[in-house]
Ligand binder design. Structure first.
Ligand code: NAD
Length: 480
């Protein structure tokens, strides 16, 4: 069984049942982890609590050097980390390498931020942070909590997702130079997460996951500051003057990245009726060329879903969408590419999706492209506002200035014009509707009471080298 990381040491969990972590493509077991309970949670929080005052008093420049060192170690172990990430998540290997590069960039950016810190009393650390991450980008969202927290002088207890916690445990190895207790990693599911959040010495919660669990966590946090990044149903809006040579491959990549288990891009497409037939035909052609296979193969575009439950949920959502009037253009079933026994789902296209039906009100975390024809962009925006927007919407048009004005009321934390999902590391990342708003009065903190929106207008819209097909990618550099 894999040990947990507490107070700078790898230790055996004291309690709880265990569960196997399996490769979702091959169903081979990779390792076993504990479902930690309150006793192990308390050990981890105690260690983080004891370490916090000392860590806060480490000069910012020294903290920054350690944070940068973690980025360097992640980079040096990039190949091994990416391989493990693919084995436990099922994401194509090149997507795992992208994740590792993003983690390295994040630690470097937070190191730079810590170096600049002048210790303003308005920005004091002083918390033990509970960091809870989702299955779709497990190590990246662990890093999103760890890097800024430790750079700021906080200490952290992480609980990675139960489906794929191993890369986060490996990330802890890269943090070995930190003083004991600054970073602690426990394993387990909802019970471990709940015990962690409810612990009296947790001062702040960083949660990324589903909206439903986010609501439970907000209640359990009992007033503790909380950063919620929950899932959402955002829109791709395709106007009749859009460049379809750009829109189609961009949307297909952004929607089907990580087998459609994505939070940062749109989930559902609204397309102006006058071009809907051509758009669907082009989407069909583009998806038809995708390679669904073992995610360890370099040319694989789509791997499996994370679990059997996930595959069954998507199958159910597709079935209900069809019963609510959608038209099946492609796919719709679980299958076994290359005879693999894992949780694969066919790339699926549903057209003529009715507004208000399943794809417009539920997050479909699978390789399912759903399309609703609309009269015009104004109707698309009205319908998009009525879904559950939050994280990452985009619009395709040849009139970006008009689009900037039009999308103002749309509550998506990130909005892209003629660009499907890139640029997340270039601007503020996250949703808009749920993020915790914190404390403080006074002019300097006016921005605390405003909500930021990341707006990206592609200056020279063009097809990106990191879109499908992955078989054509030449960029295998970066990680060691
Ligand atoms: P989930 O909400 O089921 O679980 C997320 C984490 O919370 C897991 O570690 C889980 O063990 C833990 N958890 C579950 N119940 C808990 C409880 N009662 N108390 C404490 N912790 C608990 O989400 P998931 O299925 O792992 O991930 C997919 C979801 O995450 C999707 O909705 C996706 O859109 C969302 N997501 C959002 C973003 C974003 O930035 N907005 C990014 C990635 C993923």
């Amino acid at each position: 069984m894999h040990q947990i990381f507490i107070d700078g040491a790898w230790v055996q969990p004291l309690e709880g049942p265990t569960h196997a972590v399996t490769n979702p493509a091959t169903l081979e077991p990779i390792d076993t982890v504990a479902d930690c309970g309150p006793v192990d949670v308390a050990r981890a929080v105690d260690a983080a609590h004891a370490a916090q005052p000392g860590w806060q008093n480490v000069p910012a420049a020294d903290r920054a050097a350690l944070v940068r060192e973690i980025g360097g170690r992640v980079h040096d172990n990039g190949r091994d980390l990416a391989t493990l990430l693919t084995r436990e998540t099922g994401k194509p290997l090149c997507e795992s390498i992208d994740c590792i590069e993003a983690v390295v960039a994040l630690f470097n950016a937070c190191a730079a931020g810590a170096s600049l810190s002048v210790g303003s009393p308005h920005r004091q650390p002083g918390a033990v942070v509970a960091a809870i991450a989702p299955f779709n980008f497990p190590m990246l969202f662990m890093a999103c909590a760890i890097a800024p927290a430790i750079a700021a002088g906080d200490t952290v207890v992480c609980k990675p997702p139960p489906e794929n916690p191993l890369s986060s445990l490996m990330l802890a190895r890269a943090c070995g130079a930190l003083p004991p207790g600054v970073l602690n990693v426990i394993t387990g599911g909802a019970e471990a997460g709940q015990a962690l959040i409810e612990h009296a010495d947790i001062g702040r919660v960083a949660f990324t996951g589903s909206a439903a669990v986010g609501r439970t966590i907000a209640a359990a946090a009992q007033g503790k500051p909380i950063d919620l990044e929950p899932g959402s149903v955002d829109a791709f809006i395709v106007c009749k003057d859009a460049d379809l040579e750009l829109a189609v491959p961009g949307i297909v990549w952004a929607r089907l990245l990580n087998a459609g288990q994505v939070c940062t891009s749109g989930k559902h497409i609204y397309v102006e009726r006058s071009i809907a037939a051509e758009f669907v035909e082009r989407i069909h052609q583009c998806v038809g060329f995708l390679d669904v296979d073992d995610p360890m193969k370099p040319a694989t575009d789509l791997g499996p879903l994370v679990s059997l439950d996930a595959a069954r949920r998507v199958e159910d959502q597709v079935g209900r969408s069809l019963r609510e009037g959608a038209k099946l253009i492609l796919g719709g079933r679980r299958f076994r590419p290359s005879g693999l026994p894992g949780h694969f789902f066919q790339p699926t296209i549903l057209s003529d999706v009715r507004a208000g039906s399943v794809p417009t009100r539920e997050e479909i975390l699978g390789p399912v492209i759903t399309i609703t024809p609309v009269i015009d962009a104004a109707e698309a925006l009205r319908l998009a506002r009525g879904s559950a927007p939050g994280c990452g919407a985009s619009i395709y048009t040849s009139d970006p200035q008009a689009a900037v004005m039009a999308v103002e009321p749309l509550e998506s934390g990130m909005f892209r014009i003629n660009d499907p999902a890139s640029g997340n590391t270039l601007g503020p990342f996250g949703g808009m509707r749920h993020r915790g708003i914190l404390r403080e009065l006074g002019g300097a903190d006016v921005e605390v009471f405003q909500r930021s929106k990341y707006l990206r207008v592609a200056e020279a819209p063009q097809r990106k080298s990191w879109w499908f097909p992955y078989g054509a990618r030449t960029r295998w550099t970066g990680c060691a």
